[in-house]
Write a protein that binds this ligand. Structure first.
Ligand SMILES: [Fe+2]
Length: 260
């Protein structure tokens, strides 16, 4: 682990900050498949982008369930209250400050205000042509199902420190680094409006705040040395299953028939 803090020494803040740095350098966050999608270095880039988002939906559409499970594991009322704010925002509430921030990147309030994030994700899928016919002929992959189910288990059954590592340091803190290249690939290869792909732009912009709330709670937990190992394990497990998911997507993309 980089940084000076180990599981026994240093402050909770130092320990968690070093973990955050480790997460940013993880292969899941810098997966080569993301760069291949931008460069179009797959046989059928449109098919691959469609596959990416449909398979991702197996996990992403359950995000509120993951967050709710994490909240229910937290021991202190102040922590639960802070994370409830993230949950409220997942259901579509945007405060004035965030509305102004979104405006600066061209996102109109009416596109997102009061609309739960799973619905924004579904809006993208409809625009990307994932209709009932596509759903009938394409199943979720084993890796997508495993990612969703193991992630839920990390958030719900293995104690608050692991949950915080998984959904905070291993997820909310890093998703913008994944959504940014994905947005670049959409921009380059698909004709989808900013309104329709707003799920990704919104999260690439606002998840910093969600990550900060979770990081601060993780720092409080990390003040107790016995919580440090489970925070780190939760983070690494979340990153590891995301990485396996991206590996599988990459293999699926390279097995597609080339577009003539
Ligand atoms: Fe969200």
């Amino acid at each position: 682990m980089s940084g000076s803090a180990t599981s026994k020494t240093g402050t909770g803040h130092e320990y968690v900050k070093a973990l955050c740095e480790q997460a940013c350098n993880h292969r899941a966050v810098n997966h080569p498949y993301l760069q291949q999608l931008i460069a179009g270095e797959v046989p059928d880039v449109k098919g691959a982008l469609k596959d990416f988002v449909y398979q991702y939906s197996a996990y992403s559409l359950d995000f509120i369930r993951f967050l709710t499970a994490t909240i229910s594991q937290l021991e202190k009322g102040e922590h639960r209250k802070a994370l409830m704010q993230n949950l409220v925002e997942e259901t579509g509430r945007i405060d004035a400050e965030n509305a102004a921030l979104l405006k600066t990147i061209g996102i109109e309030l009416e596109w997102v205000d009061g609309i739960p994030h799973p619905e924004l994700f579904s809006r993208y899928m409809s625009a990307a042509g994932i209709d009932s016919e596509y759903r009938r002929s394409n199943e979720f992959s084993d890796e997508a199902i495993i990612w969703r189910d193991l992630f839920y288990s990390l958030c719900s059954k293995e104690g608050p420190a692991r949950a915080l590592g998984a959904i905070g340091l291993g997820t909310e803190n890093i998703v913008k680094y994944i959504y940014r290249p994905f947005i670049k690939a959409i921009d380059r290869h698909l004709d989808i409006s900013l309104r329709d792909r707003v799920f990704f732009d919104l999260h690439a912009t606002l998840d910093d705040q969600h990550g900060d709330v979770l990081t601060n709670i993780a720092i409080d937990y990390a003040e107790k040395p016995e919580n440090r190992k489970p925070i780190k394990e939760g983070m690494l497990m979340a990153l590891s299953i995301r990485n396996s998911f991206f590996d599988a997507l990459q293999a699926r993309a390279h097995a597609m028939q080339p577009v003539q």
